[in-house]
Structures are given as C-alpha cells and as structure tokens.
Design a binder for this molecule. Structure first.
Ligand SMILES: Cc1ncc(COP(=O)(O)O)c(C=O)c1O
Length: 489
C-alpha cells in the first residue's frame, strides 16, 4: 500500500482502529438515549490503527523542523529546544494541575511562575513580568494596553499615537491598531537605523510612545538608543521594546538599561520553547516599577514563603484564561536553570558570531546592503552576479532541495530581494559551513543552470506551489479537496 495517500483514500468500509470496553452501567439502555443519537454515520475514515499510525508518521516525515535540519529563518530564532525541557514539562504533576485547585495545593506551580517572572525581570532590567500572554503579538497588545492605561490614568487622553520605524515587524503596527491607537511610521536612515531627525519631527504631546526592536529587524544594533529613549521620554511618551530579537543581547545588554519601560519576550524564541505551526507560544510582558500596577490580572504574589493569586484594581483587566501557556513557561524556566548565568551570557555572543561568520562568507556572492557588522541575523539583498535574473524566491526554494529550511525572504521590506538569515547559537560550525557551501553552490547554479533554480524544489514531496492560491483558497478538509479536484483547477 502506498502511504502518501490522504487518510480518507486509505479508508475501507467497516475497518476500525479501536476497541471499546463493554458498557459498565447497564441501567442506561440505548433506548434512553435514543433522542440524542445521531441518525447518520459520521463521515470518518475507516482505517486500522496501524494504517492510521503509518499515515501520520509518514506525514510527519514530510515536514521540516529544527530537529530534521538547519532552519535559519530570520527574525524567528529557530534554536534547538533541549529535550530536558520536554521531560520536565511532562513529568511531575504539572500537566495534571487545574487552575481552580486550592492555592495551598499548587504552591510549587505558583513558585515556578514567580521565579520565572523574577528571572526575566533580572535578565531584562525591568521590575515585574506577567506570563499570561500567549505570544509575541499578544504581548505587544498587552504592553500597548498598559501604555494607554498609564496615560489615561494620568488624565492625558490626547496621547494616542505610537511611533514605529519602517523596519519594524508587521505585528507592531497591527497591535497598535488593535489597541485603538494610531501608528506614525518613520523612515530609517541609510544605515538601516532610526533617523533621529525623522523622530524629532513627529514628537508631540499626542505621542503615547514608541515601539522599537533592538537589534532591529535588519540585525543592526540601534547605536543611538539612549538618545532615542531620551527624546521620547522628554516628549512624555513611553518606550516599548519588542523583545523578539533579545537573543542577540542575552546576558550582555538589558532593555531596561537602554531606557525601555515596557517589553515583551518571545519565550518560543529566546528561551528555546518550541514554536512554529501556530503555537503554543508565550509572550511575557515586563514593565518598570511605575507601571507594575497596570499588569493584567491575575497576578501571583509572594508573602514570606507563601504564594497567592491576586487581582489588582488598576490592572488593564484579564487577557487570557488563567496564567498563559503554563507548560511552555515551565520549559523556559528549565532552560534558564539548565544554562545558568554564565552560559546564558554566551548565547548572545555566539549567535552574533555565527551570523557575522555567514555574512563574511556569503558577501562575495550575495548583495550586502548594510556594511556594518550585524547582530544575530544578517540581511542580504539577493544575488550579486545575476545575469539570469534569479530571484530570492528561487534561491530559497533551491535550499529545500539540499535539506535546509529557507531563510526569511522578502522581509524586511526595505530591500527588494531580502534574504534574512538567523543561524542562532545552537548550530555547529560544520552545519554552518555546510550551509555556506550550499548557498555559494546555489549562486553558481544561478549562472550555469538557472532553470533548475526556477523550478526548484525538485526533491520535496510537493514542488513549487502557487503560494497566492494556497493562501487565498485554503483546502482544510477532504471535502474541500474533493471539490477542488472536481473543479479541475
Ligand atoms: C520582530 C518581531 N516582533 C514580533 C513578532 C511576533 O511574535 P509572535 O510570532 O510570537 O506573535 C515577531 C515574530 O516573528 C518578530 O520577529
């Protein structure tokens, strides 16, 4: 039997993959339930357990993950997720806890939350964190709600505008809009950094704050960061730090010390919890002292050695069911404890070293628009010697043939053919050298065998897809699929 079929195509009438025990409670006969029984059979694939297991195992092999190969997806920090974190998240009684259990029975769980938020506060130079937000973008929204609440608390209702550089990740303007505030975009200078004159020109008493990631999405450290935070504070605004790029600075530079008042951290990036495929993630939000009272409810407090749950009057409200993705937080806590202070301080330097090594080794074949050293990720602007007009998309697709995930492409939007490579600190020199060799080989193919690149990938289960069609006409069910086949598109 060929196992690259859809599971419905494996279906054989009457075949099952389960065996149910005999009912234990005979006093409920089927006739009592008659009105509740469905009258037609559910449309489910009829397969044996083995067929089902093979089917899903086979599908899982078609996927690319950080455990199958190199995954240099810029702005995503696809580092290895150590197995010890998984062990800890599944052992002990953590997975079986219920948030409504009496507080006296979950002291250990509350302690973990409290200690993790404390560690994040020390690492980032802020006062307190909430772990309740589910992702980076969710953290941004929570941080902006805190910013807004702060101004409203001070009866400063005019402040409704948030300054965002044009290099920012798309979630920054999106979160600002969702928070009910207005975006003011400012242009970057020719070094890819915030243009101080452009910043000064938009400062006014309508500014609620500024959102910035540092290093920015070009992988460049904003050298004028202290001047930027000074200017925004002087104008009465708050500084928001998008912590998605914290990996580059981990243990070396703290957002709180740079002058930021609010930030989020993507635990699924910097602190090695798994991510991709839509979650579950975690985007803790930290603030300076004067904003702590606005952090969302519920919060976890400590009195002597006793941990308790508290709801604060000035909080922005509740932003998630309970305490966020608890088992994800537990993985991050395990990562921090396992690495310890000394090793955490090596994360940033090694991730920066790896990115700069790639930068140097690829610059002869790929256009390097920014000459300065990069931080944890490097951005190229397509191929350098390109007589056949091979696009970044073709290079990215060809990498899949060599068993590597493509870097982020066409982002940041500042360049037409952006290729953003973030190797992280967890890759070996051999892996990184192999990637460099492959990228240089692809640059050679672009000159000698352009059609192979234009048609790549050639070795993956699915070759080049129509990405616009795939995004606009999603096929989620077998029924959708049959209709699609019938339409003959
Ligand atoms: C710079 C930056 N900010 C924010 C986000 C949003 O984070 P999340 O995907 O966890 O919502 C990302 C995600 O890639 C990012 O790269």
């Amino acid at each position: 039997m060929k196992y690259d079929k859809l599971i419905f195509e494996l279906s054989s009438p009457g075949r099952v993959g389960y065996s149910l025990p005999k009912p234990q409670y005979p006093k409920y006969s089927i006739s009592d339930l008659q009105n509740h029984l469905r009258t037609t059979d559910a449309v489910l694939p009829e397969v044996s357990e083995l067929d089902c297991v093979r089917h899903y195992t086979n599908i899982s092999h078609k996927n690319h993950g950080v455990e199958t190969g190199f995954y240099p997806l810029g702005s995503c920090t696809m580092k290895y997720n150590p197995k010890i974190n998984e062990e800890i998240a599944k052992t002990f009684s953590f997975p079986r806890l219920h948030p409504y259990q009496p507080v006296s029975t979950i002291q250990g769980a509350l302690r973990m939350y409290h200690e993790l938020q404390d560690s994040l506060a020390k690492i980032s130079g802020l006062s307190e964190f909430t772990l309740n937000s589910y992702a980076g973008a969710h953290g941004e929204l929570v941080g902006l709600m805190i910013m807004k609440q702060y101004h409203h608390f001070n009866k400063d209702f005019m402040r409704n505008k948030v300054i965002i550089p044009d290099s920012a990740h798309g979630t920054n303007p999106a979160s600002t809009t969702v928070s009910g505030m207005e975006v003011i975009e400012i242009e970057s200078n020719d070094q890819g950094m915030v243009d101080l004159d452009a910043l000064k020109a938009v400062l006014s008493d309508e500014i609620a704050g500024m959102m910035l990631t540092n290093p920015n999405t070009l992988g460049i450290f904003e050298k004028d960061i202290q001047e930027i935070t000074r200017l925004v504070h002087e104008a009465g605004g708050l500084m928001y730090y998008d912590g998605a790029n914290l990996n580059a600075m981990l243990g070396k530079v703290r957002p709180g010390d740079m002058g930021f008042d609010i930030m989020h951290i993507n635990l699924h990036k910097t602190f090695s919890t798994p991510h991709g495929g839509g979650g579950p993630g975690s985007g803790p939000v930290g603030v300076k002292d004067f904003l702590v009272k606005f952090l969302p409810n519920p919060t976890i407090k400590k009195l002597d050695d006793y941990y308790y749950i508290s709801n604060e009057a000035d909080a922005i409200g509740q932003i998630s069911g309970f305490f966020g993705n608890y088992l994800v937080e537990l993985r991050a806590y395990s990562y921090i404890l396992n690495l310890g202070k000394e090793n955490l301080m090596n994360v940033g330097p090694y991730s920066v070293l790896n990115a700069n090594y790639i930068r140097e080794k690829l610059r002869k074949n790929y256009e390097l628009p920014i000459q300065d050293f990069c931080m944890h990720e490097v951005v190229f602007d397509g191929l350098k010697h390109n007589p056949n007009e091979i696009r970044t998309l073709d290079v990215a697709k060809r990498l899949l043939d060599y068993g590597m995930h493509a870097p982020t492409i066409y982002f940041p939007l500042l360049f037409h053919q952006s290729i953003m490579i973030e190797p992280t600190e967890t890759e070996s020199l051999q892996t990184i050298d192999h990637f460099i060799e492959t990228m240089n080989q692809i640059a050679e193919e672009a000159k000698t065998d352009p059609d192979t690149l234009r048609n790549a990938p050639l070795t993956t289960p699915i070759s080049r897809t129509d990405e616009v069609f795939a995004a606009k006409q999603m096929i989620f069910t077998y029924k959708d699929y049959l209709e699609y086949i019938e339409r003959g598109e």
